[in-house]
Design a protein around this ligand. Sequence first.
Ligand code: CA
Length: 628
Amino acid sequence: MQEQYDSPLFEQAYTYSGADLGALWSREETRLRLWAPTAEDVRVRLYRSGNPWEDDLLEELPMERSTQGTWCLTLPGNQNGVYYTYLTDGQEVCDPYARTTGVNGRRAMILELPSTNPPGWESDADPHGGSPITDAVIYELHLRDLSMGRCSHIRNKGKFLGLTETGTALPDGTPTGLDHIKALGVTHVQLLPVFDYGSVDESRQDIPQYNWGYDPMNYNVPEGSYATDPYRGEVRVREMKQMVKALHDNGLSVVMDVVYNHVYWAEDFCFNRIVPGYFSRPDSNGSACGNDTASERSMVRKYIVDSLCYWAEEYHIDGFRFDLVGLIDTETIRQAMAAVHASHPNVLFYGEGWSMDTRTTRPGVSLATQANSGRLPGFGFFNDSIRDLLRGSVFYPQELGYVTGALPQGDALRSCFMGVTPWACQPGQSINYVSCHDNHTLFDRLALALPGASRQELIRRSNLAAAFCILSQGVPFFQAGEEMLRSKPKGHGKFDGNSYRSPDRVNALRWEHLKEAETRQTLAYYRGLIAFRKAHPCLRLQRREDIFAAVTPIPCDNPHTLAFRLRESGKRLLVIFHADTEDAFFSLPEGRWQLCIDSDRAGTTSLGTFSGSIRIPALSAMVLTGTD
Ligand code: CA
C-alpha cells in the first residue's frame, strides 16, 4: 500500500485540489465530500448527539464515488447541529475536515459557521498587521496556566473565556491574566495547542487533568476541555473566537502552536483509517511520538495547507508556530505560506527547525530545518544557540552559560546579539529565547547551575539574560511567567523540566508572587526592556546589511564584557553586558550619555547622565543613549 501511495500514477489519479472537502453547510443543503481513494464502500452516519457512546443514529446513507478518489453526498435542508461520522469499509471515523465535534472528538458536527461569530467579528483584525516580524515580542502561554492559580481571580478557569476577562487583579490592584499581559507590552500571545488533542478526557472535567496538548486528534477543531461545554460542538468554536477577539481588542495578536508533524495515535487517526497509513511515514519516528507525518504526499500537503488557511480565515489567527517543523518538507511550508499570505499577508510563520532522524517516503525531499532557512524566506526558526550560549545547554543542567559565568567562546554570542547566525539569512528568521515551555524555566535553570547562589544573585543573572535576549536583533520570545521569576518546583530541591502532564500546582502561574517586591521589580524590568526595544528602531532591523551598518561591537579587555555601539537617526546607543562578578569601569565615547537600563531598572526615561567613564556593576546590563 505504502509503495502505491508514492507512485506517480497514484498521485496523478487521486490528487484532489477542490476546496470543498468536509461538510459545506448552507441553509438549503449540506454537501459532504471525503477523500477516500482506496475505499470500496463509504457511508455517512447522522446522529442526534456528539456523544460517541449514545445510540442515537438518525440515518445511514451511502456516498457516491466522485472525481480523484473523493466520495460525495448532498443532504437537503438545514443540517446545522447534526452530528456525523463516515463509515469507510465498515470502519467508523471522524471527518478529517471536521469543523467541530462532540465530546472527545469522535463525531463531527455540521456547523453554520457564521452563527459562531462574536459581535464585531467582521471588523476584527490583527492589531499588528503590517508590522515586520522583528517588531514582534512573543509571549508563550498555556491557556490553563494563566487562570488555574488560586490568585488569578479569573472566573473561567482553564477556559478560552478566561483569556477574555479584563479587570482581574490581586486585592492590592496588581493586574492578573489578560490585563497583566497587556501591561507587559508584548505584541503576540502564542498559545500552546488549542486545537483538539487527545490526552485530556473532555467528559471528565470533574477531575483535574493537565496536558500541553502535543497530541493532535482533530486538526481543525478547537480543544473541547477549553470550552464551557465540550458536548455542544458550536460552543468551543464560538468561545475560541471570543478569545481571539478579546486579545485583538486588547492590542494583542494571536499565534497558534500547530503540531502537524505527528498525531496522537497513528493507527487511530481518522485520516489513516480512511486511507490506511497514508498520513504517516512508514516506520519513521523522528518526532519521538511514534509517528511522523508524510507531508510530502500530495493530499497530506493539501490537508496542512487547507488547515492553516482555515485557522487564519475563520479564526483570524495572526501567526503559526510549528512544532518540530524540521520533520515537514520545505515545499509544504512554502505552499502553506503562499496560500495563507495570498489573503492574509501579515501572518507570521516560525517553528522548531531541529534536524531529526526521519524517513521521508520519497527521494530528494528537503526538510524545514534551520540549515534550509534559505529555501524558506520569511519563516523564522527558534535560535537554540542564543539560548544555550546565555544559560547553558538544555541537555546538561549544570553546564554554565554566559550569564552564569562561562566565558564567551569566539564571536558566537556577539553574532547572536547582531542577529547573525550560521543559518538565519535575515534577522527576522531568528526567534531569540532563553526559556519556553520545554525544559527548565530560566530561573530554575540558573538555580540548577549555581546551587550556592543567593536569590538576589540569581535575579541579577536572570535579568542579564532577559536584557540580552530582548535587546538582540531578531524576534524576542519568552515563556509566560519568566517576567515573574517562574519556577516549577518538584520538591526536594528539584525542578520540573518536562511538565507536560504535571499538575496545575507545578504549571499554573502564581500571581501571588507579585506581592513580593523582587518579583514586582523583575516584572517592571521586563516591561522596561520591551518598551525600550519598541522605542528604538535600531534594535529591530530587518536586513542583515542594515545591522552591519548600524551595529558595531566594541572590543573590551574584560572577557566577561560584551559591548556594542548602535546608531539610528539622530541617536546613538551603547549596550553593555557584563557577566563578571566584579564591578568594572567602561570608557564612554565622547559626549553626554543617558542611562536607561541597568541591572534592575529599565525603561525609556533617563536614570542619570554620564560622560567620561561609567562604573559597570557586577552582573549587569547597561544601556545608554546619546545624541549625535
Ligand atoms: Ca480533545
